[in-house]
Design a protein around this ligand. Structure first.
Ligand SMILES: Cc1ncc(COP(=O)(O)O)c(C=O)c1O
Length: 405
């Protein structure tokens, strides 16, 4: 008999990863998955620098590196973060295997069973998975158009304390959130900091989509507004360079970084040297601003195509977000629609999406779904949303029949 740890008991496989299997049939137009478009990967540049790094710099690129991550990478990140108003020194950065590892490491160094972790309803599924392994009290807080419902957050913090648990972390994705595409207002960012200070909590600010803004002006990161050292930033090159490189970073006060490094040693000794070197070259030898401008143009046309198609094909009862950036649009159907059940109908019509429920820490959100516009072409987006419109109309008609019956 296998004796798995207590920690594994609440663990669930990502419903999304399981679903992706069905959406990969060639005739299905898929808005599922959260992958960046491979057409945006700077393939020629990466091939050239990878060859150079392996041939002429193998002492560094093919050898172990430090657990903190390569020094030139952390130096380059100091400059990159300064552009976002985030003042960090090299010692306040640890390179991670994507931001997903950052989420796990944050859980590892801060969470004891029962500790309070506050997330929005909905939030990034991978964060729920990472935190759940440490058996916290996960509390979902409703997400409004401009960020979390902060009154509700305050009450939830007090409630967790009343139940004898320690509130520890608030996890947020303030720019073009996964899964909704929602961006927090500056007022709410300021207010969140105030709450974190008053209640003595840490904020985990996850910013993978920050650079994918297609309209409007950037809003300051929470970390750039913070003066008390309680914001931990997670960033990644998955969405702006290439996801398979698995390079991200955790930016935090040095004391936190030191503890994370200690824990990371046990996890993987160090991240991959070669891909860290590729990211150094990307940050120092490539015109990243131009690259990001091209990325934004690429995704902007897709987002606009999706919003236009939704307007044209969705029934009146459906609602959806109109994000200023990122990779996702979030659709809400009237209750009691069930998008998990509806997926079967969608697949027979050869269109796929991700049902929203797994993104809700409290198991709600049955009537929601996430659409990624990143991978499909504009023509596929138009056709896929047309198909989805039919599926949704059929579903709503079936529901109203059932209600009448
Ligand atoms: C909000 C958010 N955080 C973290 C990640 C993890 O990305 P990676 O590990 O590739 O950096 C993702 C990926 O989709 C994400 O959407």
């Amino acid at each position: 008999m296998l004796k798995f740890s207590e920690r594994t008991k609440g663990a669930k496989r990502s419903a999304i990863r399981e679903l992706l299997k069905y959406t990969e049939q060639p005739e299905v137009i898929s808005f599922a998955g959260g992958l960046p478009d491979p057409a945006t990967f700077p393939v020629d540049f990466l091939a050239k620098v990878a060859a150079e790094e392996i041939l002429y710099n193998y002492l560094k690129s093919l050898q172990y590196t430090t657990t903190e991550g390569k020094r030139p990478l952390r130096e380059a990140l100091v400059r990159w973060l300064a552009e976002e108003g985030i003042k960090a020194t090299m010692d306040e950065i640890v390179i991670t295997n994507g931001s997903q590892q950052g989420l796990d490491l944050v859980g590892r160094v801060f969470l004891d069973p029962g500790d309070g972790v506050f997330v929005s309803l909905p939030t990034y599924l991978g964060a729920l998975q990472a935190f759940r392994a440490y058996q916290p009290t996960l509390v979902g807080i409703p997400l409004e158009e401009d960020g979390m419902d902060l009154e509700c957050l305050r009450r939830a913090i007090h409630e967790v304390r009343k139940r004898g648990h320690t509130p520890k972390l608030i996890y947020v994705i303030p720019d073009f959130q996964n899964p909704t595409g929602i961006t927090w207002s500056e007022e709410k960012r300021q207010e969140l900091l105030k709450i974190a200070e008053e209640e003595d909590l840490l904020i985990v600010e996850d910013i993978p989509y920050r650079w994918l803004r297609y309209r409007g002006e950037p809003i300051p990161t929470i970390a750039s507004l913070d003066e008390s050292g309680r914001v931990l930033v997670l960033l990644t090159f998955s969405k702006i360079l290439a996801a398979g490189l698995r390079v991200g970073a955790l930016v935090a006060p040095q004391e936190v970084v030191n503890m994370v490094v200690t824990m990371k040693q046990g996890a993987d000794l160090c991240g991959p040297s070669l891909t860290q070197r590729l990211v150094v070259r990307f940050l120092t030898d490539y015109d990243i601003h131009n690259h990001i401008a091209r990325l934004c143009q690429h995704y902007k046309t897709k987002l606009e195509a999706m919003l236009r198609a939704l307007e044209e094909h969705m029934p009146e009862e459906a609602e959806w977000t109109k994000p200023d950036g990122g990779l996702f649009v979030w659709v809400k159907l009237p209750e009691p629609a069930d998008t998990t059940k509806m997926l079967e109908r969608a697949l027979t019509r050869r269109v796929a999406y991700v049902p929203g429920q797994p993104f809700f820490a409290d198991g709600s959100g049955l009537n929601t779904m996430r659409l990624s516009f990143a991978l499909a072409s504009r023509e596929e987006i138009e056709e896929g949303i047309r198909r989805l419109g039919i599926v949704v109309k059929e579903e709503l008609a079936a529901l109203s029949l059932a209600q009448r019956g």
